[in-house]
Design a binder for this molecule. Structure first.
Ligand code: IFM
Length: 452
């Protein structure tokens, strides 16, 4: 069978772009917002490679109307954004902050009036600082506070927002923040990371029914996991076992509780005494059925056994070497997205899926003509969209695709050194320039199809 020259997606397929609150909003002291763990982390010398912070970033808090105008002018009809918990509960609990709710009211209204459908993430890493001071995600009470926060926001916005995501990338929150120390809160302890992952997943499970009932008719609730396609570096039993451990830690540890009701036994055994404190009812809560799974896909990993490697005794192998600008660690591998989708379909009972993030950082700056000619991003997007098309054709229930990101923004510990946007942002002047990829993607969104 030959591949058609134009790839057409199912009717109603949701094309969009994604961002998150701390990465684009700025205005960190506006409207009664309290501090988050990222405010203190980014202000700690040495934590962010270029010494920057999210204090201003894209200034979207003040410029959201113009940013949504730009989105509309490109014809994007779906937008995944996140809500900053410290704007809603600046002091961890008690009465919600009316100015914070008002900001998201105005933001969502501005989307609706432009024909842009909101997809809201509740937690994209900006934990209110008072909660961290009380133990953060190691403290089970944080899960209860998350449920309160989820209820407040969905009761408030649920008449307009119909797609809710509880968490963005629990693996990153837990491991990058609490084992590798590269993200807030900057800790380096495996047991802490595993406990954080557990309480985050518990908070998700507890919040799902609350969001569903407070969100009103048509509310759909999901969670976003960052998943990788994993392959062993060789056919040796050691490398195969190492790849299985990487897959266990990265993928199965977060998918099995959602769809199978328990942590994978091989990984529980591997973690031993570091495994989290699981109480009666926790796993049942985590297994609460979701309406969709959000998948953030960036790369494939080729894994070798290495006793001196990380906590999994593994080493990431860059093979075959694919030179690329930007994130050297992230091999571009659209085939891995296809395989991952087929695998999730087969192993986890064909869930409804949204690709909630997929994108690449490039050194794409305006040229002498003032335009940004990012042909490499167009290649990246078209190859990944083709992988999604093929996975749908082979049975995966993928209902939408959101590229990361709508515009260049604050890339966490990498500051402003990585640009992922369809829209270039000059952080000195706040000028926005639509990249060539933005125009290419806009056409794909409008036509629900693209020529290959
Ligand atoms: O910028 C991040 C985003 O916040 C979460 N997923 C990966 C992106 C690129 O690193």
């Amino acid at each position: 069978m030959t591949t058609p020259r134009t790839l057409t997606f199912p009717r109603g397929f949701a094309w969009g772009a994604a961002t998150s609150s701390y990465q684009i909003e700025g205005g960190v002291r506006e409207g009664g917002r309290g501090p988050s763990i990222w405010d203190t982390f980014s202000h700690t010398p040495g934590r962010i490679i270029d010494g920057s912070t999210g204090d201003t970033t894209c200034d979207h808090y003040y410029r959201f109307e113009a940013d949504l105008d730009l989105m509309r002018s490109l014809g994007l009809q779906h937008y995944r954004f996140s809500i900053a918990w410290p704007r809603i509960f600046p002091v961890s609990s008690g009465t919600p902050n009316p100015a914070g709710l008002d900001f998201y009211d105005r933001l969502v209204d501005a989307m609706m009036s432009r024909g842009i459908e909101p997809y809201a993430t509740l937690y994209h890493w900006d934990l209110p600082l008072p909660l961290q001071d009380a133990g953060g995600w190691t403290n089970r009470d944080t899960a209860m506070r998350f449920v309160d926060y989820a209820r407040t926001v969905t009761e408030h916005l649920g008449d307009r927002v119909k797609h809710w995501m509880t968490h963005n990338e629990p693996w990153v929150s837990a491991f990058v923040g609490n084992l590798f120390g590269a993200h807030a809160p900057g800790l380096t302890d495996l047991r802490t990371a595993l406990q954080v992952a557990h309480v985050i997943m518990l908070s998700h499970g507890l919040a799902v029914p609350v969001i569903r009932s407070a969100g009103g008719v048509g509310a759909r609730v999901g969670i976003v996991q960052n998943l990788e396609w994993v392959e062993p570096a060789s056919s040796s039993p050691e490398d195969i076992a190492a790849a299985r451990r990487h897959d266990g830690a990265f993928n199965r540890w977060f998918l099995d509780p959602l769809f199978k009701g328990g942590y994978p036994a091989d990984m529980r055994e591997w973690y031993g005494a570091d495994a989290p404190d699981v109480r009666p009812g926790d796993m049942e809560a985590m297994r609460t059925p979701i309406d969709f799974l959000g998948i953030n896909y960036y790369t494939r990993r080729i894994i070798a056994h290495d006793r001196k490697g990380d906590f999994l005794h593994v080493r990431k192998v860059a093979w075959p070497f694919v030179p690329r600008p930007g994130y050297e660690e992230w091999e571009i591998n659209p085939e891995g997205l296809y395989r991952l989708l087929v695998r999730v379909n087969a192993d986890y009972g064909r869930p409804a899926i949204y690709i909630t993030e997929n994108g690449t950082p490039l050194d794409d700056l305006p040229g002498a003509d003032g335009a940004v000619h990012d042909e490499a991003r167009i290649q990246y997007l078209s190859r990944h969209a083709a992988a999604v098309w093929q996975a749908i054709k082979d049975g995966a229930d993928v209902q939408g695709y959101f590229t990361w990101s709508f515009m260049d923004n604050f890339e966490w510990n990498l500051g402003f050194t990585k640009r992922f946007g369809l829209v270039h942002v000059d952080f000195a002047t706040q000028a926005r320039t639509v990249k060539d990829s933005g125009r290419w993607y806009a056409r794909l969104c409008r036509e629900n199809a693209f020529p290959i």
